[in-house]
Design a protein around this ligand. Structure first.
Ligand code: RP5
Length: 173
């Protein structure tokens, strides 16, 4: 039997799926149950209201919302729920250059924050959601520690590789 999801990942369209899937993947790696669905701020406004109104009562702790272009989904969800909302700006088919999505999600009015990650950075949204869960779950916190240690070790390995390439320092003169 699958566990009750703690993180809800929503996106404006199925065309956002390839960008948003890494959020679900990393959360699964951290053993956090997720749900993933489509909620469009403009095409299904009543579904948005229903989703945002009921998410907390369903046990959701964090919402990750991704959208492109006139990306109102994360902000509108944040206007309804008291759950933390992480916004993922997406460079979509209707984006000019991605800045439209970034600014639509980032420039929220005072009092209604959306934690906005970089353009297309759904994986980071997943990590941030896990870190929020990690504030009360020891297991998740431990899993994030392992993940961050691996990141560090990866860089240290690259430092060593670079040292073997330039054993006497860098000087091409
Ligand atoms: C936004 O419009 C969606 O989030 C998507 O990024 C973009 C394009 O949607 P489709 O026309 O591909 O359905 O609302």
């Amino acid at each position: 039997m699958s566990k009750t999801p703690l993180v809800s990942i929503v996106m404006g369209s199925d065309s956002d799926l390839s960008v948003m899937e890494p959020a679900a993947d990393i959360l699964q790696q951290f053993n956090i149950p997720v749900e993933l669905t489509i909620v469009s701020a403009h095409r299904t406004p009543h579904r948005l209201i229903d989703f945002a109104t009921t998410a907390q009562a369903r046990g959701i702790k964090v919402i990750i919302a991704g959208a492109g272009g006139a990306a109102h989904l994360p902000g509108m969800i944040a206007s309804i729920t008291t759950l933390p909302v992480i916004g993922v700006p997406i460079k979509s088919s209707n984006s000019i250059d991605g800045w439209d999505s970034v600014l639509s999600i980032l420039q929220m009015p005072n009092g209604v924050p959306v934690a906005t990650v970089a353009l297309n950075a759904a994986r980071n949204a997943g990590i941030l959601a896990a870190q929020i869960i990690g504030t009360y779950s020891k297991e998740t916190n431990a899993a994030i520690h392992v993940y961050k240690t691996l990141l560090k070790e990866d860089v240290i390995e690259k430092v060593e590789t670079l040292k073997t390439k330039f054993p006497n320092g860098y000087d091409k003169r």
